[in-house]
Design a binder for this molecule. Structure first.
Ligand SMILES: [Ca+2]
Ligand SMILES: [Ca+2]
Ligand SMILES: [Ca+2]
Length: 373
């Protein structure tokens, strides 16, 4: 029997609102933030809420919704860590909430960008500068946006507007080793099999064309969904593009920048179990075992009836089959629909539990020590 999350987790955090489920989690030395973006408030669907340090609840405002759709941490130079919580909206206005981890200060920026879903995806661009990327994919796979936001000032810069659901995912990482993070935007419906657009971080500005487009293929279709991260999977010191497919039959591809200029044909592949939604979400906690290559944690929420997640250690070369998965509990829930890195020592995996129709679905965040691997 594969290991069950309940036997391996370091600790767990229970959701606090029946029916809402839990989706995102941050845990630092100073602060914990738990999000429930599907929570209904005052009869308004999906207003969303976050819970800070287990006691202080912040609910979404009526002009935006799905508070806590995404969370991230930045640490602007000379300041404490700040947690960023997105609240995208089906309308042309979104809110970005900022929490100073060392004081109870919480404030927000209203982003009126004339585009819906701003903040459906979120990634830290430059933690020391306090800049983040927000993706704004329209529903139905139409046009979308990638936006750069200064967390402290709320100043927003629209980097790109494009077809194929651009902004379904965003990611940042240094792919060419110059010390400046590149900007990645996923467009999973672009030209059929999807694509990931890459801008060189050293030379980027509003309206500029991407420097590289990594186009999906029949073997790597629906590329550019939420499973997108930059991590050094071959241990050469520069980041590599890791992307899961947004389909039930997905694999995770690792594209090495090298001299191939991000050519999908020369990528490595982690081959997941068929039909498990393998790689729909993934994250990298960095190099845990100290061999120089980063590790990945990969979701597979339709694995068996419990859901699952896989740990894959770098280096990844050729075609790799992942080892024994973690699975959820036998409670009729879904384990692994979202996951992430909680801190230097911990990763987290969400489990939606109970009967949502009966209002029981408050969900659980399972926190795992990376020492396990
Ligand atoms: Ca770079
Ligand atoms: Ca590398
Ligand atoms: Ca490693």
């Amino acid at each position: 029997m594969d290991p069950c999350i309940a036997e391996l987790a370091s600790h767990s955090v229970e959701g606090w609102h029946p029916g809402g489920g839990v989706q995102q989690y941050i845990e630092t030395a100073e602060i914990t933030v738990l999000s429930s973006p599907a929570r209904d408030i005052g009869g308004i669907q999906d207003q969303g809420a976050i819970l800070v340090n287990g006691t202080h609840e912040l609910t979404g405002n009526p002009s935006s919704s799905r508070l806590g759709a995404q969370l991230a941490v930045v640490q602007p130079a000379g300041l404490s860590q700040h947690v960023v919580a997105s609240a995208p909206s089906p309308y042309d206005e979104a809110t970005l909430w900022i929490l100073d981890s060392e004081s109870p200060t919480i404030w927000s920026h209203t982003l009126e960008l004339g585009a819906p879903s701003v903040g459906a995806s979120l990634a830290v661009l430059n933690p020391g500068a306090g800049t983040v990327l927000l993706g704004a994919p329209e529903t139905s796979g139409g046009e979308g946006e990638v936006v750069i936001v200064d967390v402290m000032t709320g100043e927003a810069s629209r980097l790109a507007h494009g077809a194929g659901g651009l902004g379904e995912s965003v990611a940042a990482g240094d792919l060419n080793g110059d010390g400046i993070n590149e900007i990645l935007g996923g467009a999973p419906y672009r030209d059929g099999p999807g694509a990931i657009l890459v801008w060189d971080g050293a030379n980027v500005g509003p309206g500029m064309e991407p420097d590289v487009t990594v186009a999906g293929s029949t073997e790597a279709a629906s590329l550019g969904g939420l499973g997108l991260v930059v991590a050094d999977l071959d241990g050469d010191g520069t980041g590599d593009l890791c992307a899961g497919a947004m389909t039930a039959h997905g694999d995770v591809v690792v594209v090495y920048p090298g001299e191939s200029k991000l050519d999908l044909a020369s990528s490595a592949r982690v081959q997941g179990p068929d039909g498990a939604w393998f790689g729909n979400v993934l994250a990298s906690p960095g190099d845990i075992d100290g061999n120089g290559s980063s590790e990945l944690i990969i979701s597979a929420h339709a694995l068996t009836t419990y859901g699952g997640a896989f740990w894959v250690a770098g280096p990844i070369e050729g075609v790799v089959e992942p080892e024994v998965p973690l699975h959820g509990r036998d409670i009729g829930g879904v384990f692994g629909r979202s996951l992430g890195v909680a801190s230097d020592q911990f990763v987290w995996i969400a489990e939606q539990a109970g009967d949502a129709e009966a209002g029981e679905n408050s969900g659980v965040i399972w926190v795992l020590s990376t020492d396990l691997w």
